[in-house]
Write a protein that binds this ligand. Structure first.
Ligand code: ADP
Length: 262
């Protein structure tokens, strides 16, 4: 039970920093572990949708590039190569735990067009009814919003809204939202619960310093601002231990909870 209510649908967003080693290569053990825990959560009767980054990194490795492209079109090309690699891995690992994946490449603008929004919603609902696990990424060949500034944080909030998710879990390389950027102040304290996203809360988010992620806390808070008014609870937590997902769903105090408006 999550804070007095049953969770029926969860969207989990995983960022590049969670999916990759410091070396820049994909962290296979982490991806496998994440798929195992998500499969088990699905076994418990909860609909699971995964929003994943990591396509550029996968593409850089597959193309054996010496470094990550700095230009947008280079990133788009790497993402196009890496997307199939990423899906291959999700397919392989989820199949191992008995689940079928579906790939959806979305852009925020798709969900702003009423007809396209309805189409995507119908596809997602049908996939969930079929017992599949939708795996969503931005359509990086077409749109660059998340490449440039989001790392899929906003896309995960939009997805949560499309399927009326009870809970959105944004996994990051840090335990949650701190009162100050911990890389600048190591004594900064974790904020356990945010009842309301006030300007003070927005002010504590600095830019990303992980180097591989692009979003930082700013885009995570923007994602929470989008999801919370629709009644979705949002938790930002560390992706280093996927079993934390069990505790989050049980309502244990892990990470930072932004309470959905009800
Ligand atoms: P991801 O790739 O997981 O989305 P990011 O690197 O984009 O992660 O964002 C998380 C980073 O945001 C943290 O590692 C931290 O350096 C930075 N950050 C800035 N301000 C804060 C804050 N107030 N609390 C937590 N992290 C913060």
């Amino acid at each position: 039970m999550f804070h007095g209510r049953e969770i029926k649908r969860v969207v989990v967003k995983v960022g590049t920093s969670t999916l990759t080693h410091q070396s820049g290569h994909l962290n296979m053990q982490r991806i496998d572990h994440l798929c195992r825990v998500l499969s088990d959560i699905k076994n418990s009767g909860i609909d699971v949708v995964l929003v994943t980054s990591g396509a550029i990194t996968a593409g850089v490795n597959k193309l054996k590039l010496k470094k990550r492209p700095e230009d947008i079109k280079g990133k788009q090309a790497a993402a196009s190569v890496g997307q199939s690699e990423l899906m291959f891995l999700y397919d392989k690992f989820f199949s191992q735990y008995g689940y079928t994946v579906a790939q959806l490449l979305l852009t925020k603008s798709v969900t702003e067009d009423p007809q396209l929004r309805e189409n995507v919603t119908n596809t997602l609902e049908t996939l969930l009814n079929l017992g599949a696990i939708p795996v969503i990424n931005e359509n990086d060949a077409v749109a660059v919003e998340e490449i440039v500034y989001g790392d899929n944080d906003m896309l995960s909030a939009v997805t949560a809204n499309l399927i009326n998710a009870d809970l959105l879990i944004i996994l990051s390389d840090i335990d949650g939202l701190y009162e100050e950027n911990p890389s600048e102040n190591p004594d900064a304290r974790l904020i356990a619960v945010v009842d309301e996203i006030t300007p003070d809360i927005e002010a504590v988010a600095g830019g990303s310093v992980s180097g591989v992620g692009t979003g930082g806390m700013v885009t995570k808070i923007n994602a929470a601002k989008f999801a919370v008014p629709h009644g979705t609870d949002v938790v930002i937590a560390n992706g280093d231990r996927p079993e934390h997902l069990y505790e989050i769903i049980e309502g244990k105090p892990v990470g930072t909870l932004f309470k959905g408006v009800r």
